[in-house]
Structure formats: structure tokens, C-alpha cells
Design a protein around this ligand. Sequence first.
Ligand code: NCD
Ligand code: ZN
Length: 335
Amino acid sequence: MQLTLNSPLDMHLHLRDGEMLRTVAPLSAHSFAAAIIMPNLVPPVTTVEAVTAYKGRILEGIGNEKFDPLMTLFFQESYDVAFLEKAKPYIHGIKLYPAGITTNSEGGVSTIDSAALNMTLTAMSDLEIPLLIHGESNGFVMDREKEFVPVYEDLAQKFPDLKIVMEHITTKESVAALEHHENLYATITLHHLLITLDEVAGGMLQPHLFCKPIAKRPEDREALLSVALSAHPKVMFGSDSAPHPQYAKENCGCAAGVFTAPIALPVLAQLFDTHGKLDNLQTFVSDNAQRIYNYTPPQKSVVLEKKAFTVPEKYGNVVPMYAGEEIGWCIQSVS
Ligand code: NCD
Ligand code: ZN
């Protein structure tokens, strides 16, 4: 059995920089037509010059692959209309991180409320620049995303014309919020459709499955599966593939992030196939994102085949999800 996907998109991707960029960028560029590139480098991407230079390094890193890096800025409260007008042609969104909530987010915002961020969010709304949010409070780790939902709702209400993407949602509360506000959208990762906290820490600790937000409860995974498998019009695939070198994961003080980019499409096909929903995968991995972001990707056909494939132990010095294990689908060809 085969499935052809047209121009699959990854709407939340970490490509890093330097040697790591050169290892991981070609893997995404091979099977995806475009991706939203996260700006949490060190230092974060906060200027137009940094955006264009980073995009140049990505294009250099992917070689001859046909792939569109959709660039983002790292949100700063100081962004004003003049700056955003200048930046708009170079970006597809601005990513807001609560300060210190995840990898390389120290320069994030300390108070996230509609009044404090009014100047920048009004300008983004007027200029139609989407706001991408890592939505977690600094409360108890399992409650952080749930506690952030009122913040999403306040922003959605105060800025009704601003497109707000709840990034990598992991809870049933976030899924419910999608229904309450027209301007709230969401990305969903592969790993949060597959695992719960049990797979991370229920047996021996699995560092390669540790990420932010942490995987939650079975009922949360069910809520995510229901909107992803039905290709709900407000959800998009965003892998949040977040590579770290093996030593940083298998360490006392494990870095957060799951590396899924090279296996994402075959494993999604396997998941959708298992649930009898293969017909919805195209919408989940491309069509919804095109509509939400008002974006037309380059043409790329990815043929997936239902055939066993053993995931490599490593790509460079990065250990992928399912390293060394057999998965039921593979990438047959890309054109
Ligand atoms: C991401 C990273 O490593 O940059 N880590 C993660 O666990 N997802 C940051 C992020 O998206 O939170
Ligand atoms: Zn991320």
C-alpha cells in the first residue's frame, strides 16, 4: 500500500545552527516542502539581519533540496510598528516564549498579559503577522499548559483579528479552547499523539522522549488524536523536532526535546493507517496549514509505502525517536 502526500509541511521545527544545522536540516528538507523555523538560537533571532542571515545558513545547509524555510522572530516587547513593517516581508510569524520555560528561552517575556504586550500585539494584528506561543505557566509541570489556557483566551479576546497559534498542544483543555475562539489555532507534534508520561517515566527513564511540554495523560492524548485524525480545520502538524547531541540527552540534567524529523511522515502514516484515517493525513500535514498561514508551498510529492523500515540508531550525534526499532511505513520516493 502507498500514500502520496503533496507538499507536506512541518509548522514547528528546530533546525539549530552550525554543525547540528548541517546534520538535521537536509533530513527535514528531504521530505517536507517547507517548515516554520523556530528562533530560539543562542542568542535568539531578534533582528531582520539575524533572520536573513539564519535563512541563508539554512539554505546553504540543505544543499539542492527544494525546501522553503519559513522564518520567525523571537518575540520582544520592544517590537514596534516601524520594526514590524520592516520585518514583515521576511517572516511568517513571531514566537513568544515565557522567560525560561524551555530550551534557550531566557530572553522571553516575564509577564504575558494583553495590557503589557498591547503595543506589539496591536501592530502584529494590524500587519497580519501570526503570534506563535509556547503556552506554559511556571506552575507544577503537569499543570503548566492547563494553567496557561486563560492567557490564550484573554489574548484571543483582546486581539480578535490576531491569528494565535497554540504551539505543540498536549492537553484536552487546549483542544477545548480551539472551539471557543475563532482566532486560536494549534500545532500538534508526532510524539504527543503517541506517548503519555508513562512512556517517558513510567518505567526506566527515557531521556529521548523527554520534552517540553512534557507528555501528559491518556485522556489528553485521546483529545489530541481526535482532532488530528479527523484533520480538524484548526490544527496543523508541527513536529517540534528538537535535536540535542546524544551527550546532552544522556546526561545528568537531560536537555528537553524529541528528535523526530526524519521519521515523522512514515510514523504519521502508520498512525493514521492504524486508525483507518489515512485519507485525512494530507489535510493534517499540509492543507490546513496552507489555509491558516495563507501560504502556498513549493510542489513536492512524497510517496510513503507500508513497508518495514528500521530507524537508524543515530543521525550524526543525535538519537531519533524509535532509534533502532522497526516502523511499519517508509519513504518510498520524493519528487
Ligand atoms: C525545544 C528545544 O529544544 O529547542 N525543546 C522541547 O522540548 N520542545 C524548545 C521548545 O519547543 O520548547
Ligand atoms: Zn519547539
